[in-house]
Design a protein. Structure first.
Length: 124
């Protein structure tokens, strides 16, 4: 199986990225659309504005944020179809979930990647 990766959207696109999907609700500040080299932008999979503001990208909140975001994903009608879409894309090549946060380890993309990879989707 190909790789599901996470990457900061501000980093240059690379051939190894494969299919590039921005998963932030808001467009990243100062980034030109051409520079993002996106294949898709999936806003509805991002954390709700209230959760994002509460989290504030503070590492001490990351454990609680992860649990709350996973709970949001379970209730989000767009999440399961998105996970299935990712699994289909992975049959063809790598997929990279792009995010704007500064921390490569303390962000919603890390949580989303883990949720997709561990979610039982039945036969896709």
């Amino acid at each position: 199986m190909n790789q599901l990766q996470v990457k900061r959207v501000y980093l240059p696109a690379d051939e190894a990225d494969g299919h590039r999907i921005l998963i932030d609700r808001l467009w990243p500040r100062g980034l030109k659309k051409e520079a993002a080299a996106l294949d898709e932008w999936c806003r509805e999979i991002a954390p709700t504005p209230d959760l994002r503001k509460w989290f504030g990208h503070k590492e001490e909140n990351f454990g609680d944020f992860s649990a709350r975001y996973r709970a949001e994903l379970e209730r989000n009608p767009a999440a399961l179809p998105f996970a299935r879409h990712i699994r289909e894309l992975l049959k063809e090549g790598n997929v990279t979930l792009l995010f704007g946060a500064k921390s490569p380890t303390c962000n919603h993309a890390v949580v989303l990647k883990n949720w997709i990879l561990t979610k039982d989707l039945g036969s896709v």
